[in-house]
Design a protein around this ligand. Structure first.
Ligand code: ATP
Ligand code: MG
Length: 388
């Protein structure tokens, strides 16, 4: 008997056409192999068969447990479990093998057997559930199909069967790499890693762009959070952080731009530099952590003014548009970056006073044009730091 990992893949992948699905599945397997390599998981076989993903040839039980943990952070995985792999000769033999493994699980509990077969076996799933259920019954408190305390899953594939207690939840989504590349404007606060995660979940290779607005110490925060995110979630490629020095831009804004427009002009400057960089480096979109109405610079009127003042030639995607702060916080907790992101300080002290909440597009453009040359200059130099 061997312990292996059994996972289900996102319904979205399963439903793809015969032309697309193999490409998505290949990418998923490659990303998992990359994840195992980066996380030192010593399991040597990963494959997909009939919408199930298998990991076997693991060095020891610890590697199996570790593989389950890592798989629960790979986009494209719906559920994952440690499974006991057995071979059997006939249905009675199978019931015996299941009893050896699952006897302890059902002891003094109300249980249910959930059997699935591949189709080549000379019995039905219902037969299997009945015979296995009868074998476990004497150990248990009885069968309860509606509301069991324990479920015993038996996935039968020819003369082999995978036995487990149910799958823990994966992130779903699409395998990173099937959907192009994007940059994420990344301050390192709570919103930007959540936005990056949302992008990656849709199969996008994300790289991060950080603007140093005041102290260069902000790079350390962005790096700390970016590395955590990359280590936990960004598999299948080598994610990077690009750092632009925006101090000349913030200085120019502070000196030349009308106070109530300072935040919005800064925002526009960030977009423009990101647009130029995306076009030059072959990124298909820009993501930000903006949420409609969260702060005065992000009112819908201001987002409107930003587009009217200076339309962008690259899609600007705001995956958190409809989230409130609590939802964003609970997402960052779930994805394991909350502790790191909450430590990030606010560095930019621009415009402490009143911020325009209904910026006028023409005026915004006029204010922006005052500093355009400096933004242009800031866009020409950056440094690149690998995150993984
Ligand atoms: P966050 O929690 O991500 O810092 P926030 O709630 O502080 O966001 P803002 O500071 O208004 O909100 O920023 C909104 C978005 O603008 C961020 O989510 C990020 O995408 C982008 N952004 C803000 N500051 C920077 C920066 N210094 N470098 C790169 N992107 C930034
Ligand atoms: Mg911020």
């Amino acid at each position: 008997m061997e312990k292996v990992v059994l996972a289900s893949i996102s319904g979205e992948i399963v439903l793809k056409s015969d032309r697309t699905r193999p490409r998505f599945e290949r990418r998923l397997v490659n990303n998992i192999i990359d994840a195992f390599r980066r996380e030192d998981v010593e399991c040597n076989r990963v494959w997909i068969e009939a919408a199930r993903l298998y990991v076997s040839n693991c060095k020891d039980e610890e590697s199996v447990e570790k593989a389950v943990k890592v798989l629960s952070r790979v986009f494209g995985i719906h559920g994952v479990a440690v499974a006991h792999l057995v071979e059997y000769s006939d249905l009675n033999d199978l019931a015996e093998r299941v009893k050896e493994i699952a006897g302890e699980w059902v002891r003094d509990k109300r249980f249910a057997v959930r059997a699935r077969r591949s189709g080549v076996e000379p019995f039905t799933s219902l037969d299997a559930a009945r015979v296995i259920g009868a074998a476990l019954y004497p150990l248990s408190q009885g069968v309860d199909l509606e509301n069991p305390e324990v479920e015993v899953f038996v996935e039968i594939r020819g003369n082999k069967a995978y036995i487990h207690r149910g799958m823990s939840r994966g992130p779903d989504g699409l395998p990173i790499g099937v959907e192009g590349r994007a940059i994420v404007l990344f301050s390192g606060g709570l919103d930007s890693p959540a936005a990056a995660w949302m992008a990656a979940k849709r199969g996008i290779e994300v790289d991060l762009v950080h603007y140093v607005l005041a102290s260069p110490l902000s790079i350390i925060d962005a790096l700390r959070v970016g590395r955590k995110l990359a280590r936990f979630w960004l598999y299948g490629y080598r994610p990077k952080l690009y750092v632009f020095d925006f101090r000349p831009v913030t200085a120019a804004i502070a000196g030349m731009v009308e106070n109530s427009y300072a935040q919005i002009v800064l925002r526009l400057a960030m977009y423009v530099v990101a647009e130029k960089f995306a076009l030059a480096e072959g990124y298909d979109a820009i993501y930000t952590g903006e949420s409609v109405g969260q702060v005065s610079s992000q009112t819908l009127k201001n987002l409107y003014a930003l587009t009217r003042a200076r339309p962008l030639n690259v899609p600007l995607i705001r995956p958190l548009a409809g989230f409130d702060k609590e939802e964003i916080v609970s997402l960052t907790r779930r994805i394991g970056v909350y502790e790191e992101a909450a430590k990030t300080r606010e560095y930019c002290q621009l415009a402490r006073g009143l911020v325009a909440t209904r910026a006028d597009p023409d005026k915004l453009l006029r204010e922006y044009e005052k500093i355009e040359g400096i933004v242009e200059l800031a866009s020409t130099r950056y440094i690149e730091i690998p995150l993984a």
